[in-house]
Design a protein around this ligand. Structure first.
Ligand SMILES: Nc1ncnc2c1ncn2[C@@H]1O[C@H](COP(=O)(O)OP(=O)(O)OP(=O)(O)O)[C@@H](O)[C@H]1O
Ligand SMILES: [Mg+2]
Length: 318
């Protein structure tokens, strides 16, 4: 269903165009170099932050990107939002090449971005005004702005706080206001760069639930960058980065079954997955890649029942 097709008569450039139109996001052989300068303004050091990434995301997918500090996740994210331009390679968002200046405004509208710290993203003194800021900037007529503000605040569960000052909200609530602000611009895709990093566990749950609702109910493509493995278990696909490259990709179950590979990359797996992995290593026969407490409980109950059945048959046999 996801395969691309080309017309046989296409020339090379046209082939690329056809291919990228097929995806919400298409990243091809992306390289990003940062240049550090010395005091005299000469290039002292080149840092290759993204080193040949190919990545394609279909409309409506929920993608999680994992990877230890400094592996290039944020740099990659900024390319999808046209905050950075490729040193080499191409990034296409909804059929638009981010390197073309005429596309920058449209790309940023199509692909909204949420950062770690909600305090840096909230501008207005009242929640509803903050959410209305984006659509107002886009020149949306006033009554439509209020419709969008209401719809967005309801989606993230913050409608009852619409008249409040953002300063009085919890971290999780502030971040949900930020998400509503991006949603009010009607993006097709939202990139969230560690949106839960500064939140307590309940704030984290609120924000991840809001992201999931945006994806499932509104059909918005979500790219979530996180250090919390538990936040990845509901993703459609997970990409793992290391040293600027995508080194693993697959479903959460495929990725988290590879506990040792993840550990080699200095990454965790969800706690329950690790526990199940240890049990398996100690001879308990349960499936690999268990992701939730419920799955582990079910597997152990099933295992217990099998064991009981075997014990009974041994007794009968005697
Ligand atoms: N503005 C910059 N100038 C120079 N080097 C940079 C700049 N931003 C990032 N880097 C370097 O590029 C590499 C990738 O950084 P990036 O922020 O993309 O990683 P990350 O995976 O998001 O890390 P983290 O998990 O800490 O957020 C790192 O080596 C970092 O030091
Ligand atoms: Mg980062």
């Amino acid at each position: 269903m996801y395969d691309c097709f080309y017309l046989p008569v296409c020339r090379e450039g046209e082939k690329t165009a056809r291919k990228v139109f097929f995806y919400m996001i298409s990243i091809q052989k992306l390289i990003h170099d940062y240049f550090r300068q010395d005091e005299d303004g000469n290039v002292a050091e080149k840092v290759r932050a993204v080193d040949g990434v190919d990545l394609e995301v279909h409309a409506g997918e929920f993608i999680v990107i994992l990877g230890h500090n400094g592996c290039g996740k944020s740099t990659l994210a900024k390319h999808i939002n046209a905050l950075l331009y490729p040193t080499e390679g191409e990034v296409w968002v909804d059929g638009m090449n981010t390197a073309e200046e005429k596309n920058v405004w449209d790309v940023r509208q199509k692909a909204g971005m949420i950062f770690q710290n909600p305090d840096n993203q909230i501008i207005a003194q009242v929640v509803e005004e903050d959410v209305g800021f984006g659509p107002e900037n886009m020149g949306i007529p006033t009554e439509k702005i209020w419709e969008r503000v209401e719809e967005s605040l309801k989606t993230v569960g913050m409608y009852e706080f619409r008249k409040k000052s953002p300063g009085r909200l919890s971290g999780g609530q502030k971040q949900r206001v930020c998400i509503a602000g991006v949603m009010a611009m009607h993006p097709k895709c939202i990139i969230m760069d560690e949106p839960t990093a500064m939140l307590d566990p309940s704030g984290r749950r609120e924000v991840v639930a809001a992201a999931r609702d945006l994806n499932k109910k509104e059909g918005i493509t979500i790219i979530l960058i996180t250090h919390y493995m538990e936040e990845a278990i509901d993703a459609d696909r997970v990409f793992v980065m290391d040293h600027g490259r995508v080194v693993m990709q697959g479903t959460p179950r495929e990725i988290f079954s590879r506990v040792e590979d993840m550990q080699e990359l200095h990454l965790d797996v969800p706690q329950v997955t690790l526990l199940a992995h240890e049990l398996r290593k100690n001879g308990v026969r349960i499936p690999a890649g268990i992701l939730t407490k419920e799955e582990l409980a079910d597997a152990l109950i099933k295992r217990g029942a099998e064991q009981k059945g075997r014990d009974r048959s041994v007794v009968t046999h005697h």
